[in-house]
Design a protein around this ligand. Sequence first.
Ligand SMILES: [Zn+2]
Length: 134
Amino acid sequence: MRNRPGPPFGRVLIRSGNRAARSRAARGRLPPVARRAWPERTCVGCRQRVPASELLRIVAVEDEAGLALRPDPIRRLPGRGANMHPDPACFAQAVRRRAFGRALRLAGVPDDGALAEYLTRQPPRPATRSGEGR
Ligand SMILES: [Zn+2]
């Protein structure tokens, strides 16, 4: 059974009214866009669309302990990924909404302990990481 509260905001369709562009997209080649900026992704917590580089990729891994969320800072792990600001506030929102299960198409609610721990160790802004002493 699938439970879908609210409208699906995750997917944004671009209507160009241009048939050629649409069939090109259907073949897997996207039409040239006006500006080739960073690919944008939606944060599963606050649902803002931001450049993918600002978000932490999260994948679900399954081991003997069950399904668990794992941060993928270098965006290399295989499988479906969810994107989220590396921010505990966004994490809390995503957990409350069970956004990970939806974004990653999981059957159940994954364990998020490892991810929560990762976020607490993470400075709010990874780019400015100089003033921290050991
Ligand atoms: Zn966010």
